[in-house]
Design a binder for this molecule. Structure first.
Ligand SMILES: NC(=O)c1ccc[n+]([C@@H]2O[C@H](COP(=O)([O-])OP(=O)(O)OC[C@H]3O[C@@H](n4cnc5c(N)ncnc54)[C@H](OP(=O)(O)O)[C@@H]3O)[C@@H](O)[C@H]2O)c1
Length: 434
């Protein structure tokens, strides 16, 4: 490597790409002091150069054609920050085949096509790093791969989506309905105009797929993960949760058992005394239990120009240190060695405590019918709250918390309960964190 200079190309100068360029230009001296390397932002490919970006790009080659930097033999590291599947997949594949290291924040792509990309990286003896794809600025991937490398991971619980965490926090703290909290998140820039991927749990599932692939050393495609979003939660549920000393969070769950792993994303009641209950607004956190270290928690901003760029540049510096080594001396290919085939435990076979909310007719015998069906399926009730009847239709909400029960038994019991004409069909079932 000439003059310890690392040549970098960025594809996509949007929110994240702009942050990466800003750090490479504005923190150049700091990075050089810390790494002994000279980071040269050589080329940026971006489709729309008319946007105002507040960056001095006078020393950077600016183009609309990504192939210009992908074909440039002087570029050592390519940063992909365009997002989506295509042309991101083709650009990353081409960069790896041209023996360039790649850094990306593209969780959707890594969670679905990661396996193909790791293979291409391995075949070409280069690396593909993606620290920014989970938890924005939080160094969770490095934390699992390096800081906690000595551990088998018993469980990982993540609040991995800032949009849903912001919405749920506002519902909890300001007694807002879901729609109002979503609107507020959109006004503050914490939710997209189309928030579907976030509120459906899909984005958190992408991130869980990435974390569980690292934790289990086995590629976990995100479509194998059981996912429920937060759209069914009302401010009434928040108030009920509060009355039980709990709050509701969208939790991404990895749990290792002797016969496989349990992977789920769903809204979950968490006791207010747990650290995860205190993770508010748009922040993210990952609670990791390793067999040697015990419990640890990683906490911080999960998105945004500066935090996400901070994670990308940490990958760039890591890869650049490898560039100094001669052929054959390299640390190793970091693009995950997938050695195990892990069994995913079907969600029906998992035991949970449950929160159940029904709307039922306010008349004698209703509760005993419901508890009877639950008992038939070995589900016992731990506590119950019933509100007084106000409406003309004489229907009232009833909330039950259960002891541990099999998900399969709960599904069967719910199917029977909602067949009664004294129960409305719009029930809600949530799990309780233990
Ligand atoms: N934003 C965050 O806080 C955050 C956090 C973590 C991870 N990420 C991930 O980071 C990635 C980028 O997100 P972002 O928020 O920065 O997106 P963004 O603001 O939409 O930026 C993407 C940029 O890439 C440009 N682009 C699209 N196709 C291109 C092409 N073929 N060649 C060159 N430039 C192209 C776009 O230009 P046009 O606008 O003209 O199409 C746009 O300027 C995504 O994978 C996202 O999931 C984002």
């Amino acid at each position: 490597m000439e003059n310890r200079q690392v040549n970098i190309g960025i594809i996509g100068l949007g929110t994240v790409g702009t942050g990466v360029a800003r750090i490479l230009l504005e923190q150049k001296d700091l990075l050089e002091t810390r790494s002994g390397l000279n980071f040269n932002l050589k080329t940026i490919a971006e489709l729309d150069w008319s946007k105002e970006r507040d960056l001095d790009l006078s020393c950077v080659n600016c183009t609309t054609n990504a192939h210009e930097l992908l074909d440039d033999p002087e570029i050592n590291i390519v940063v992909e920050t365009i997002g989506g599947y295509e042309p991101a997949f083709s650009f990353i594949s081409k960069a790896l085949k041209n023996r360039k290291h790649v850094v990306t924040a593209n969780k959707a792509l890594i969670a679905t096509k990661g396996m193909e990309l790791y293979k291409i990286a391995q075949e070409n003896d280069v690396d593909l790093l993606f620290e920014a794809s989970v938890g924005g600025g939080i160094p969770i991937i490095k934390g699992l791969r390096e800081g906690l490398v000595a551990n088998r991971f018993e469980s990982i619980y993540g609040i991995l989506n800032g949009t849903t965490n912001y919405i749920l926090t506002k519902m909890h703290q300001e007694d807002l309905d879901f729609d109002d909290a979503l609107k507020m998140a959109q006004e503050k820039g914490f939710a997209e105009a189309d928030p579907t991927l976030d509120i459906s749990g899909g984005d958190a599932a992408h991130k869980l797929a990435i974390l569980s692939t690292i934790a289990s050393n086995s590629f976990i495609p995100f479509d194998k993960i059981y996912v429920e979003g937060i759209t069914g939660i009302t401010k009434m549920d928040m108030n009920f949760a509060q009355s039980f000393g709990m709050t509701i969070k969208l939790l991404a769950i990895y749990k290792r058992y002797n016969d496989g792993v349990d992977l789920r994303v769903h809204p979950t009641l968490i006791d207010n005394s747990h650290l995860l209950a205190a993770v508010g607004n748009e922040l993210n956190a990952v609670f990791v239990k390793g067999d040697f270290v015990g419990n640890t928690m990683f906490y911080g901003p999960g998105a945004g120009e500066r935090p996400t760029a901070s994670a990308i540049v940490s990958d760039i510096v890591d890869l650049s240190r490898d560039l100094l080594l001669k052929e054959g001396e390299k640390y190793c290919n970091r693009a995950i060695s997938l050695t195990q085939d892990v069994r995913l435990i079907p969600v029906e076979d998992i035991e949970n405590r449950f929160y159940l909310r029904f709307t039922t007719k306010d008349e004698p015998g209703v509760l005993s019918m419901i508890s009877g069906v639950l008992a038939e399926h070995n589900i016992s009730i731990a506590s119950m709250v019933q509100l007084e009847s106000h409406g003309k239709d004489n229907f009232v909400p009833i909330v039950l918390l259960t002891h541990k029960a099999l998900e399969k038994s709960m599904n069967e019991a719910l199917e029977k309960i909602v067949r009664y004409d004294f129960v409305k069909k719009d029930y809600l079932r949530l799990r309780i964190f233990e």
